[in-house]
Design a protein around this ligand. Structure first.
Ligand code: SAM
Length: 195
């Protein structure tokens, strides 16, 4: 991964573009902020750290679950070839798409629906980033991860989870590593928490 390119783009990306109205003045704080519908944009330092962990390459095909505001999507799209992003809340997905179009990204594909089952039609993916917390590792996402691939996902109960790095070796073996404790909103859906 091009670490310098990530740092430079991260520093240049104006987070106030990804939140609404009166929250814009808080955009420079390293804190989560509400984006509506009970959802949040994570603190920028965590978004950067999770992107570093994922290690997207410039030829990577990336699946993101939980488009939210589109801020994380922008970093992924800058650092990889294609991003397939899934969001279950239509209004958030539409707004994120408008923002990312305004930033001239043309390598992002959007889907509205339950991302806990991934995006089977376009699998496999070299990288999978999940930005909502699952109770268990969704089998469907593991299946859609390419050999040699990496997935970053928070796993655990509501309010406190372990951030996991999942790797799939060239022989298809799955390895899990716990990175740190985090707090994400719930991943809903078939392989997530009940709607
Ligand atoms: N990465 C986002 C950003 O930079 O703004 C923040 C994502 S927010 C913490 C988690 C998002 O996951 C919410 O927008 C939520 O609606 C979405 N989500 C939860 N369960 C989902 C599911 N099953 N499929 C798709 N999106 C889901």
């Amino acid at each position: 991964m091009d670490w310098q390119k990530l740092e430079t783009y991260f520093r240049s990306l104006d987070r106030s573009l990804f939140v609404e109205n009166e929250l814009k003045k808080h955009a420079s704080l390293d804190e989560p902020l509400p984006i509506g519908f009970g959802q949040t944009i994570s603190q920028p330092s965590l978004v950067l750290e999770m992107t570093r962990l994922l290690e997207p390459e410039n030829d990577s095909k990336v699946l993101e679950i939980g488009t939210g505001s589109g801020f994380q999507t922008a970093l992924l799209a800058k650092m990889s070839a294609e991003v397939y992003t899934v969001e279950r809340i239509e209004q958030l997905a539409e707004k994120a798409k408008q923002r990312l179009n305004a930033l001239n990204f043309s390598n992002i594909y959007y889907k509205i629906g339950d991302g806990s089952t991934g995006w089977q039609e376009c699998a496999p993916y070299d990288r999978i980033m999940v930005t909502a917390a699952a109770g268990l590792l969704p089998d469907e996402l593991v299946d859609q991860l390419a050999t040699g691939g990496r997935m970053v996902i928070p796993i655990g109960p509501p309010h406190l989870q372990e951030l996991k790095l999942i790797t799939k070796t060239d022989t298809g073996e799955i390895n899990l590593k716990t990175v740190e404790l985090v707090r994400f909103v719930e991943l809903k859906g078939q392989y997530g928490w009940t709607e």
